[in-house]
Design a protein around this ligand. Structure first.
Ligand code: ZN
Ligand code: ZN
Length: 135
């Protein structure tokens, strides 16, 4: 059952998510800053098997940085879609900006806050903050 639909900026890649996210987090790590062009990535984590690519699979590129997990993006428009080592990993963080409908749940934790940039202001939202990944 389709729960959420997502796509990249150019529209060539489309995917669906068939199960609810088990958590939603914002990652402030240096890799996520670079791939996002911003403070980091905001993702909902779901079982990898609950993600189905509907179109544009040939445009998906997965990049494995020296440190951390592989990130997957559309090679035409650069939209970041999945992290966490998709498709080999059991769980996959799905980038919330790639979802087609506004997603109603809030971020539950800030990850890799050791990499918060001097120009970045962490919101005073009372959420748990972790130096690295969440336990
Ligand atoms: Zn694209
Ligand atoms: Zn990150």
């Amino acid at each position: 059952m389709t729960l959420l639909l997502g796509s990249c900026l150019c529209g060539a890649v489309r995917f669906e998510v068939t199960e609810p996210f088990d958590r939603v987090g914002m990652c402030h790590c240096l890799s996520c800053k670079r791939i996002s062009g911003g403070a980091g990535t905001v993702s909902g984590r779901v079982r990898t098997d609950a993600i189905r690519i509907l179109a544009g699979e040939e445009l998906l590129t997965t990049y494995q940085p020296d440190a951390g997990s592989a990130k997957t993006f559309c090679s035409r428009c650069g939209t970041n879609l999945f992290g966490g080592g998709w498709p080999a990993s059991p769980m996959t963080p799905v980038r919330l900006p790639a979802l087609d409908e506004p997603f109603g749940e809030k971020v539950e934790a800030h990850l890799f806050v050791r990499s918060v940039a001097p120009w970045e202001v962490l919101p005073d939202d009372g959420l748990p903050r972790y130096d690295e990944r969440a336990p």
